[in-house]
Every structure is written in C-alpha cells, then in structure tokens.
Design a protein around this ligand. Sequence first.
Ligand code: NDP
Length: 456
Amino acid sequence: MSTVGDSIDVIEPATERVIAKVPSAGMEETDRAVAKAKEAFATWRDVAAGDRATVLRRIAAAVEDQAMSLARLETRNVGKPISDALGEIGVVAATFAYYAGSPERLTGKTIPVPGGVNMTFKEPMGVVGLITPWNFPLAIASWGVAPALAAGNAVVLKPAQLTPLTAIELERIALQAGLPEGVFQVLAGPGSLVGERLVDHPDVAKIGFTGSTDVGKRISARASGTIKRVTLELGGKSANIVFADADLERAAAAAPGAVFGNAGQDCCARSRILVERTAMDRFLELLSTNVAAMRVGDPMDEATEMGPLITAQHRAKVASFLDDDTTVVARGSAPDGPGFWFAPTVVTPRSTDARVVTEEIFGPVACVMPFEDEEDAIAIANDTIYGLSGSIWTENGSKALRVARAVDAGTLSVNSNWSVRIATPYGGFKQSGIGRALGPDALDYYTELKNVYIAT
Ligand code: NDP
C-alpha cells in the first residue's frame, strides 16, 4: 500500500501487484461523514426494532450470497488462503444474523423502589467510530458494525489502508439491503488522519478499536479529551500449554494451525508453545513433521494452508525475531518470490528475555519452551503484558479447569485452538484490551444504560 495524492494503491501480497486504487479520506471527509452519520442516527434510532432486525438479516443473506466473491477479494488483498477467507465471510454473515436477533431483545429492567418504580433502558450511543486492522478485515469489522447497528447507532468505519476492499463492498451491500444512507459509512484513509479525527471528534460517542497495543494506548489517551467510550481489542502473546498426559499427536497436529494460521498474523496466535519437559522430545518430533508438511503457496489454491505476509516491511520485522537469542528447530517451506513469503518456523529461545519470548511477533514463528509442572506452566503463561487467549492440552479434566481459571486471559480453550465463537464473549485481559466483542455482552459496549424513575 502507498498513498499517492488522494488515493491508496492496494497491493496483493502474493504477487506484489497493485490490484486497486481507493480514494483516501482526510480530515474534511471525516468531518463530513460524521455530520452525515449524526443526521442519519436521528432517524435510525427510532426505526422499529423489528425493522432494524430485518435490515440486518438482509445484510447477512447478501453477504452469504456473495460469499465467494467477497472471499476472493479478501484473499487477494490479505494473502490468506481462500478456504480461510471463505470461513471468515461465513463468520461475517453469521455475525449479522446473530445480531439481527438483538434489536427486539434489548430490554431493560423494572426495579421497585420506595414511592415508585425505576426502569432501565439500553439507549444507542450515537455515532460510533470503528477502526480496524488488516489481518481479518471484514470479520473484525462485522463484530463492531453488526451490534452497533442493531443497537440503533450510526457507524463510521475506518478499515486499515492496506485492506479496505471488502469493507467498501460491505457498505454497498448494506445500502442495497435497505440500510438508510449515512447509517453506515466506510472511510479508507490513514490512521494518523481519519483515525485520530474520529477519536477527537466531539460528535463521535464511542470508538471501537482493534489493532496493536501501541496504537490502542494512544487512542485511549486521546479519547480522554472527550471522555469518549472506548473498547480496545489489542495484541497477544498467547500460550499453548501441552501437558505430558495430553493426546500428544492431536496437540502437535493442532499446534501449527494455532500459530501459523493467517501466516501468524493473528492476535490469538499461540506463539508460545509450553511443553511439559518429559514430553518435549516426542512433541518436537511430531511438531517438526507437521510443520514440514504445511502447504505454503498460492492463496487461491483450496489446498493451501498458509499464504504470504502482508508487506515486505512486515516480513522484515518478523525476520528480525530470528536473532542470536533463538535456535531454529524446525522450518517449513515457502515459495521464492514475488510475494512476501516467509516459511513457518519453530524456534527455542536461548534466554527467557529473548524478544521471541516477550514480544508479539505477528508472523509464522513459534517459540517452544519447557515447563516442569502445573504451577510452572501457569507462571510462564502469565509472564507477559498480554492476556488474550490460549490453549491447554491435557486428558485430566480437573487440571484443565484449574489451569484455565489460573491463566490471565480472556478466551481459553481446552484440547482445542478455537478462540472465536459468535455467541460467546471475546476479548483480552491486561494489555490485550478493554471490553468484549461478540456474544450478547457486546451490546453493552454499544449502548448507554439509562435509568428513569416514576413516582407512583
Ligand atoms: P495498527 O494498530 O497499526 O492499526 C490498526 C488500525 O488503527 C488501522 O486501521 C490503522 O490505520 C489505525 N491507526 C493507526 N494509527 C492510528 C492512530 N494514531 N489513531 C487512530 N487509528 C490509528 O495494527 P495493525 O493493523 O498493524 O494490526 C496488527 C495488530 O492488531 C496486532 O498487534 C494484533 O495483535 C492486533 N489485533 C488484535 C485483535 C484482537 O481482537 N485483539 C485482532 C486483530 C489484530 P492505518 O494502518 O490504515 O494507517
């Protein structure tokens, strides 16, 4: 991607070719979009709940109908395998369908109090600014857009400049599905202009941000200027904890997908694989075989498991983790170029301070470390500023639950890599974020709780 004058060159990571030119918004366009959203909100908030639900259902159906073309676009723009992209577009449709059930269920409470009764209402907030990353562009956008619209808000979405294409398509789909003009707008443009203006704008009531912890901190600080509501879905350094009593073959078969899925560009990537020392040799042997067998190549091929990284710059950053503090213990293959390829790589660290142990890599590099017992595993898993997700592999159910309760992370799975389910809350502890996406709880982050007292 590069910004040329007023347009963005969108690059295909697998070929390094420009595949689209998209108008780049600035401050003026952002102000215009917010003004239009404010006007649209005034009527959208009063649209009958059942009618809002119908529009969301139509968006879900249209996304499903156009799943293949949206998936192709996502694959070309991000470099992710087409089978993954199709799965993600399925998630987008399912997210709109799920929140289509919400407008009519956004109920409050009646609370008897002396001399009268109190009622609570979940009111829409107004104009919501959503700022999203490039790794799961449309899926992550839908996690904010669908509940925000369901609750009666208007939305201005700023996708990452690198990957704006499917978000632009979603705006078109939403209009065709009957969403009134101005209720949902997409503004491609730099975070330093469009993003910051949305955060500063007095008429934007809330910011839903997904991206790096560094930018999340900046947004949090800026938002204090207007006491803006903020939810943050940030980075991670999740642990994949493998006990010696686990089904090692199953754990080793799942481990590559848990960290090399989306070429490791996944906030939930289990990039620290913690293995009980007595099982280490066997686990590494199995893992190495599975990594060597990974199919890395043309993202449009249905058999491909891993595509390229997003940019050359990002590839250089990922490569910098293979420094003197690491030993490579297994490596898969990758095509030569063109394309921003990087082979899936497994390392062991030479010290617990190695960058590969402490920093989010956001690429296909897994760091394997031994632990002695349950207590040690929990201590290592929690020795990070992050707390997004993680997995625990063991055949002992009590131990699984003890460890899951003790790990400081928002989304854990036992004998599975699965982090994201539309009906359940998703988000991070510590510096992995504030608030929760998905599930019924997400609606609380797109509504204000109002309390009305009536004297009887
Ligand atoms: P960035 O934080 O760099 O960017 C995310 C978004 O923020 C982009 O749209 C970007 O715009 C925008 N932005 C950048 N600077 C500012 C600013 N000063 N003010 C407002 N907006 C700004 O993250 P990446 O896109 O590089 O995504 C990778 C990161 O996202 C990883 O750390 C990953 O862990 C995290 N992530 C977290 C997820 C979660 O659910 N917890 C899910 C997915 C990713 P632009 O780039 O267009 O200028």
